[in-house]
Design a protein around this ligand. Structure first.
Ligand SMILES: Cc1cc2nc3c(=O)[nH]c(=O)nc-3n(C[C@H](O)[C@H](O)[C@H](O)COP(=O)(O)O)c2cc1C
Length: 387
């Protein structure tokens, strides 16, 4: 019987004559096609990073410093990609990362990746700054696993409202992003004078929230810019502290993850203040330029956390090999960001599905060719550091 990976490969090889009209395979081709599809503003919004882009580059380069050291003659007919997170079995060790304001990429906005994820059984982390509301997204996902990402609002009543709505709409975990108390210095967006939120995009959760609406002098229909500015102010909580994190902890019984940690001391503090999971992330290099790459940060966080809570990571995952390396260094699962954003721009739901199918196929092959039959067998012995 053919493996999933072999089926995907054969489908592509057998359609060789139509190749030019088919969807891309490599990350670089998706990125190129997205550039052809989108205007400069939206493309650069996804592609760009903070400052000189040093952290974005560092994220990618870090993967080059580790190589997989395969074992051979290991009988790899069975390949198990599943992992367990918070008591739930996930078919693959990746989730779709929260990416806001998808309406700049595709008319279906967040409902497209949400549908694609639900169909493949991949968990979807919905950004708080989505253009579709969390309820609209939940509606298209059926039983699909969904988590909700929160940019902690300054207003505690709004925090409670978002959390209550997420729970009611079937979101199964909360991700609090803490690396963005201010918007990073994004040179491309500044150059394009591009901030889609000012036009009310990415405000779906705010503009459908009773608490938020009650704080406005005019409804968004009358003054969209003022409403959007208010939403942006809520989303950049400059006075956020561990005490505020604890407040969120007290408001929900769902698993609570913290996203944006790269220092082992912060990982320890997060657990102390009630986090059930750590997401090692630097926002894909979009916030603090010059910051440490996440793959570099992972081992010290793994050692400090010492198995107390699961560690997830993102920022730079492009291919199956990257996923294996992150797992080898201590991640239980990873989050996929830009690859699916580009695919969404190029081909909507089917593009996102294609990217995930390819990642699954490639990961399965990488696992087998490295001599392992299961993700559970992946540990540091899989890789070696080269300098
Ligand atoms: C266009 C774009 C929008 C993003 N929006 C959010 C967001 O709303 N909330 C969040 O926590 N992270 C957001 N992120 C960060 C991603 O969740 C993730 O950390 C990042 O994409 C990982 O880097 P990579 O895409 O280079 O792998 C965004 C990233 C991009 C590229």
């Amino acid at each position: 019987m053919k493996t999933r990976a072999e089926q995907v490969q054969m489908q592509i090889y057998e359609n060789g004559d139509k190749r030019a009209t088919l969807l891309p395979v490599s990350f670089e081709d998706w990125e190129r096609k997205a550039k052809d599809t989108l205007a400069a503003g939206p493309f650069d919004y996804v592609h760009g990073a903070a400052g000189a882009g040093d952290t974005l580059k560092a994220n990618l380069n870090a993967f080059q410093r580790y190589r997989i050291r395969p074992r051979v003659c290991c009988a790899v007919e069975k390949r198990d990609l599943s992992v367990n997170l918070f008591g739930s079995e996930m078919p693959v060790p990746f989730l779709l990362a929260p990416i806001g304001v998808n309406s700049i990429l595709h008319s279906e906005a967040e409902t497209a990746p949400a549908r694609a994820a639900a169909e493949l059984g991949v968990p979807y982390v919905l950004s708080q700054v989505s253009t579709k509301s969390m309820e609209e997204v939940a509606d298209v996902m059926g039983e699909g696993t969904r988590w909700f990402q929160l940019y902690p609002p300054r207003d505690h009543e709004l925090t409670k409202s978002f959390l209550g709505r997420a729970e009611a709409a079937g979101y199964q975990a909360i991700v609090v992003t803490v690396d963005s108390p201010l918007l990073g210095w994004r040179e491309k967006d500044l150059n394009n004078a591009y901030l889609p939120f000012l036009k009310g995009e990415g405000c779906g959760n705010y503009f459908s929230d009773e608490v938020f609406l009650s704080r406005l002098e005019q409804p968004p229909q009358k003054d969209v810019k003022a409403a959007a500015v208010k939403a942006l102010e809520e989303g950049n909580h400059k006075a956020f502290t561990w005490k505020e994190f604890e407040f969120i902890r007290q408001q929900t019984s769902l698993p609570l993850l913290i996203k944006g940690v790269t220092h082992p001391e912060d990982a320890a503090l997060a657990i102390e203040h009630g986090a059930d999971g750590i997401i090692v992330s630097n926002h894909g290099g979009r916030q603090l330029d010059g910051a440490i790459a996440t793959l570099e940060a992972l081992p010290s966080i793994r050692d400090r956390v010492d198995g107390r809570v699961p560690i997830l990571m993102d920022s730079g995952i492009r291919r199956g090999a990257d996923i294996l390396k992150a797992i080898a260094l201590g991640a239980t699962a990873v989050l996929i960001g830009r690859p699916y954003a580009y695919a969404l721009a190029v081909a909507g739901e089917s593009g996102v599905k294609e990217v995930m199918k390819h990642l699954i196929a490639e990961l399965e092959l990488e696992l087998a060719l490295s001599g392992r039959g299961s993700i559970k067998e992946v540990d540091e012995s899989l890789i070696m550091k080269v300098d």
